[in-house]
Ligand binder design. Structure first.
Ligand code: AP5
Ligand code: ZN
Length: 214
């Protein structure tokens, strides 16, 4: 199964990616997590990406497209994959189509901006795995610690409110056009388009996804 998760920053893509990955046994390809790993490792890619990400801007299409193509070519993606945070511009979607990479399902998480700003204030993440928590809506078993490893959870540097608002602006401008783009792809072929109300509770959304994906 090949899936794209589409939605604003904080819409719940990473949260539901964990559920889908565990249920269907397909790898999550999170471009945000890949970039954060590159920053942590201090690679040239990481150095280039850090400033852009901290400012809430998008990394260049060229760089991201190369990164994703390389990842999809790896063996574990032969059985399918879950794209989280890619594509997020029309050129990125076009690059996928031109490479002959099609998907079975596009899942859009619909969440109003105000709900997102509220959520991001309480987000905590486990950098090693990409697991995501919220201090109120999805708390870890032990405060400030990852459920599986016990490692410390951290606040993402781009979760400051002014940066979140900037990221939302960029989402509406550059990523939201993909909703119509994939709507057309779905009409023309075998791709399913699912629009999910992302304001429901985490477990309710997971249950809906399980029902829809089968
Ligand atoms: P990325 O890491 O992809 O960030 P994003 O798309 O902005 O999305 P987030 O990770 O912020 O949100 P999410 O939808 O995963 O929500 P989550 O599940 O965590 O990208 C970061 C940066 O990298 C970009 O800004 C850009 O610079 C660069 N980049 C990445 N990909 C790129 C690309 N393709 N092209 C160019 N640049 C790229 O949930 C958020 C919070 O809400 C959590 O606390 C969670 O616990 C909580 N929550 C989740 N679901 C619910 C619910 N149903 N109810 C209540 N709370 C919930
Ligand atoms: Zn995410």
């Amino acid at each position: 199964m090949r899936i794209i998760l589409l939605g604003a920053p904080g819409a719940g893509k990473g949260t539901q990616a964990q559920f889908i990955m565990n249920k269907y046994g397909i790898p999550q390809i999170s471009t945000g997590d890949m970039l954060r790993a590159a920053i942590k490792a201090g690679t040239p890619l990481g150095l280039e990406a850090k400033k852009v990400m901290d400012a809430g801007q998008l990394v260049s299409d060229e760089l991201i497209i190369g990164l994703v193509k390389e990842r999809i070519a790896q063996d574990d993606c032969a059985k399918g994959f879950l794209l989280d945070g890619f594509p997020r511009t029309i050129p990125q979607a076009d690059a996928m189509a031109e490479s002959g990479i099609d998907v079975d399902c596009v899942i859009e998480f619909d969440v109003p901006d105000d709900v997102i700003v509220d959520r991001m204030g309480g987000r905590r993440v486990h950098p090693g795995s990409g697991r995501v928590y919220h201090v109120v809506y999805n708390p870890p078993k032990v405060e400030g610690k990852d459920d599986e490893t016990g490692d410390d959870l951290v606040i993402r540097p781009d979760d400051e409110e002014s940066t979140v608002r900037k990221r939302l602006g960029i989402y509406h401008e550059q990523t939201a056009p993909l909703i119509a783009y994939y709507g057309k792809v779905a009409e023309a072929g075998n791709t399913k388009y699912l629009k999910i109300n992302g304001t429901k509770a985490v477990e309710a959304i997971s249950a809906e996804l399980a029902e829809q994906l089968g």
